[in-house]
Design a protein around this ligand. Sequence first.
Ligand SMILES: *Cc1c(COP(=O)(O)O)cnc(C)c1O
Length: 453
Amino acid sequence: MNQALNVRDLSLYEPRPFRVYTNRQIREIPALQNLPEQLRFEIEVVANVLPFRVNEYVIESLIDWDRVPDDPLFRLVFPQREMLEPGAFERMAELMKSGADRKAINELAKELRADLNPHPAGQMELNVPTLGEDKVEGMQHKYRETVLFFPSQGQVCHSYCTFCFRWAQFVGDKELRFASNEADSLLEYLRTHQEVSDLLMTGGDPMVMKTHKLRPYLEGLLQPELAHVQTIRIGTKALTFWPHRFVSDPDADDLLRLFEQLVNTGKHVAIMAHYNHWREMDTPIAREAIRRLRDAGVEIRSQGPLLAGINDDPEVWARMWREQVRLGIIPYYMFVERDTGARRYFEVPLARAWEIYRGAMQNVSGLGRTARGPSMSCEPGKVEIQGVTEIHGEKVFVLRFIQGRNADWVQRPFFAKYNENATWLNHLEPALGEERFFFEDEFEQIKKERGVA
Ligand SMILES: *Cc1c(COP(=O)(O)O)cnc(C)c1O
């Protein structure tokens, strides 16, 4: 099963053209020709509302077509009927059957999307930083140490995940996009914020950018005034969707040399790899990409949400984490799927999420237990479910902030009444006779100060 890593397979280095299919080209996907017509139509209906994009590598090398539609890698990228509410699905299906034109379809799509909470956790209002009087486009600064940056050329992905929490950016609504063209304002902001130790480039997927587009942002961080920015993180799913980016793309070597240059000048470079299933790491090219990144001095940390129908099984997580440790990847976060998009399809009750996390933890060595979670990225911060227990006869969730809008909240345990159906923080109530969670008054104050109701 394990390929010996010291025997390099040179065929992996032959450039592969990037061929991608979007919602208008579903009928052209060869692998779909063998599926029932009804299933193909359902995919098209949902793909008119939620983002759809899949490339040939994912179709040919990741999906197990003998197991479709239950295959987890198929569900990762191909929409399913149940991802829309039945009423919404029917409306779109009827409209399409009536032979409506693009314009009518797009209008209905827009209406249906508005019901899917396109911007969870106050991202639009609460986290946008300012330089002087001006809002800085394409950035979020929520937690003191870490600035998120969304380069405008990085606002797509090599494929789209059906459960994406940033899906609203990919369906053509420009108002819903945070993106920046400006290396200058990023660097200026960082210069004036000495408390920032981490820059997290995210998207979309910054790894869709050509190396020469990425270079000005990253080399800019080498100036002496930015010595406080010690870590450069890049959030990406390219190790799954297009590992060729690090191996056989024409500028793959340039990219690795750029990372190496940053590492050699004392920066920590971390690829925050989005993984949902061990099968994503199971191809020779995926392994070669991991090997090459590590060889360049880059750390790879893994994170991803827990998803019904894809990875809601402790053994899938345990096997994924064991495999990551073996390949030199550090497990970092298990997220709770956010309250947006097709969340009804993917959501897992918090109580079950904790059981899955615990079940997985019990089956990995200490090196696999570096993953924190299950963690909810909420408005006040990242909240981890530490466990379920009983205190004086009352069944409770034990929670804590992993990250807080106010750093003082971090690592403080707090309690919520046990609720077996709750899937998000706003479904929980304080336990043990408390009226409010400890952070709520302060959080309201923060929102008032920012002029957000
Ligand atoms: C998760 C997250 C970060 C990074 O948090 P770490 O715990 O340092 O990984 C930064 N900003 C936002 C908005 C986040 O959601």
